[in-house]
Ligand binder design. Structure first.
Ligand SMILES: Cc1ncc(COP(=O)(O)O)c(C=O)c1O
Length: 337
């Protein structure tokens, strides 16, 4: 793990700073368990991983969303929120960010903004929880260092996973944190241990094959994204707005305001097409009323083409969007950097 993190994430760690977890989901659970009590506040990106939001809410913790732009969480608005909460006597427990392939927007936070985040974390005494589970899936492999790798004050807890690069069924993830925190979290790990057999196989596999696997899977994923882009342009035209991400397994799509994503998801499911409705991925449900998250990791290219075609039919039937299916105005999409 230490050499992988050093090579790929610019993160120098000693083995006693690493805790292997049962997927990065368990990393989220352990961090919540150490830091949070009912009634607490956690700062998150306005649109973020649905599993993080549901976990925080089920613990009685309030996730407060900070708006995003094409560089990820907006640090000017984060600073304003931190000041506002301070004035109310509220100390957030941590700032949860997905800086490399933000889920669901797909952006990469540049190094300068990572520095600003660290500076705010120090100024307000609020730790950063950095989730990098998609960081290996970059089309060109280029990325800024992990925030944890830029931190000199033990302010960052970092987590990642092999679910997205190798297989979700492996259930091997990890946390990197100060050794004292790792020891506290290890004491809370009540699953009887993350499967050792899987870890042994993974360790052997990674020594020879991880880099090739990542190179291979990213080419395939990029191709699937291109197919999804083409299908959306063909069937939705200008009704579907999105930015092509520089990596990952998902696309965050906005529709006109008339589209209700929760109703669309139910109607599409009835026709055999699964989508993620935006409200589940938003700190404030209303902010993502007309957005959806589409995953291209698992389906075949044929399923992607057919799924988008059926989705456009359903969306047209339910909301009149796109205006006339099969005859849509096209516009080329921008590429994120
Ligand atoms: C941002 C983020 N963090 C964590 C997870 C959990 O993944 P796993 O437990 O399979 O590592 C996911 C899964 O989709 C995710 O998107």
């Amino acid at each position: 793990m230490a050499s992988k993190l050093e090579q790929r994430s610019g993160l120098s760690v000693s083995p006693d700073s690493v805790l292997i977890t049962s997927g990065s989901i368990q990393a989220l659970d352990l961090v919540n368990r150490i830091f949070c009590q009912p009634g607490d506040t956690v700062l998150v990106e306005q649109f973020t991983y649905a599993g993080t939001l549901s976990r925080l809410r089920s613990l009685g913790v309030t996730p407060v969303g900070i708006p995003l732009d094409s560089d990820g969480m907006r640090t000017d608005l984060l600073a304003a929120e931190l000041r506002e909460l301070q004035a109310q006597g509220v100390q957030p427990k941590f700032i949860y960010v997905i800086p490399t392939i933000q889920n669901p927007e797909g952006s990469i936070m540049p190094e300068g903004r990572r520095e600003q985040l660290l500076q705010l974390s120090g100024e307000f005494g609020v730790p950063i929880f950095e989730d990098e589970c998609y960081a290996d899936l970059l089309w060109d492999g280029k990325r800024p260092p992990a925030i944890a790798g830029m931190d000199s004050g033990n302010r960052v807890i970092h987590c990642g996973s092999f679910s997205k690069t190798i297989a979700p069924a492996l259930r091997v993830g990890y946390i990197v944190a100060a050794p004292g925190l790792v020891a506290q979290m290890a004491a809370c790990k009540d699953d009887g241990g993350t499967g050792a057999l899987e870890q042994m196989m993974l360790a052997e596999y990674c020594q020879t094959s991880f880099d090739n696997r990542v190179a291979d899977v990213t080419v395939k994923l990029k191709h699937k994204l291109d197919v999804m882009n083409e299908a959306l342009e063909e069937h939705f035209g200008t009704s579907a707005d999105f930015v092509m991400p520089p990596g990952g397994i998902f696309l965050w799509v906005s529709f006109p305001d008339t589209v209700d994503a929760l109703e669309l998801a139910a109607a599409a499911a009835a026709r055999g097409v699964a989508i993620n409705p935006g409200p589940d991925w938003s700190a404030e449900a209303a902010a993502a009323r007309s957005r959806i998250r589409l995953c291209f990791g698992n389906p075949t290219v044929q399923a992607i083409r057919e799924g988008v075609r059926v989705l456009a039919e359903v969306c047209h039937d339910e909301f009149g969007v796109p205006l006339r299916s099969g005859n849509v105005e096209r516009c080329p999409k921008t590429q994120a950097t």
